[in-house]
Design a binder for this molecule. Structure first.
Ligand SMILES: Nc1ncnc2c1ncn2[C@@H]1O[C@H](COP(=O)(O)OP(=O)(O)OP(=O)(O)O)[C@@H](O)[C@H]1O
Ligand SMILES: [Mg+2]
Length: 225
């Protein structure tokens, strides 16, 4: 079983957004469980709008461990955990249970600076992690925005692995959430769906490398910016 934790002390970085879109990305044949460990309940709201209980969701307050253990016994393949923007017991517990931690960050100086604490928590727990630049300006003429490049340079100073792609700031991502959908379900041919698919492929690739079934070369949790 693979446990993907979305964590960042910075509010609004995209934890809940990425968790929802990636949950909808997981092929229905693979079993998936969502855990909403944030009392704000964003992922739970999306799940209510979805109205299908596919994938199922559980709420965690102080600890996720019991839910994760039960999911393992039930043979669940993927557990996606959304966490609050705090450094709290439930975030530490989620990271302790993680196969891999995804740290979304917007490409701004305050945002990039704020990921340091979450990186430290992952390092202390010896958990693989990767920063994912989210809400980025669109690439132009196949070149990334200077603010994305600056963010990568700042993250390189922390020696943090950073996903080589980006999730662009796109209305499709918001529109899909409002309908309880992932962007793949909302508009499969769109650019937002292509970026989410690419991020999911990178996560799957990293998880296989963490499990030792493929080489870690090029895996995003090894990729310093
Ligand atoms: N790539 C994106 N494009 C457009 N809107 C986005 C994108 N990423 C996030 N948003 C929007 O930005 C807002 C904040 O995102 P989100 O709620 O996912 O962040 P969060 O890290 O979960 O915040 P919190 O720490 O408060 O839980 C939401 O309205 C979300 O839909
Ligand atoms: Mg959230």
């Amino acid at each position: 079983m693979n446990v993907i934790v979305f964590a960042s002390r910075k509010g609004g970085s995209g934890k809940s957004t990425l968790a929802a879109h990636l949950a909808a990305q997981i092929k229905s044949s693979k079993s998936c469980l969502l855990i909403d460990a944030d009392p704000q309940g964003s992922l739970t709201l999306w799940h209510k709008l979805r109205g299908t209980n596919e994938p199922p969701i559980k709420t965690a307050v102080n600890s996720v461990s019991a839910i994760v253990s039960a999911a393992r016994r039930d043979g669940v393949e993927w557990v996606l955990i959304d966490t609050p923007p705090t450094v709290s017991a439930v975030v530490e517990d989620a990271i302790k249970n993680a196969t891999m931690v995804i740290i979304p960050a917007r490409p701004g100086v305050f945002d990039v600076n704020a990921v340091q604490e979450t990186i430290q928590t992952c390092r202390s727990a010896r958990k693989p992690y990767a920063v994912v630049l989210n809400g980025a300006p669109a690439r132009r003429d196949d070149a990334e925005s200077p603010i994305v490049t600056i963010a990568r340079e700042a993250l390189a100073k922390f020696k943090a692995p950073v996903w080589g792609g980006q999730i662009t700031n796109r209305a499709d991502l918001l529109m899909a959430l409002g309908q309880g959908e992932g962007v793949r379900e909302y508009y499969a041919e769109g650019r937002a769906a292509a970026e989410i698919a690419r991020l999911w492929a990178a996560i799957e690739r990293s998880v296989r490398a963490i499990r030792g079934t493929v080489s870690a070369n090029g895996a995003m949790h090894k990729q310093a910016a």
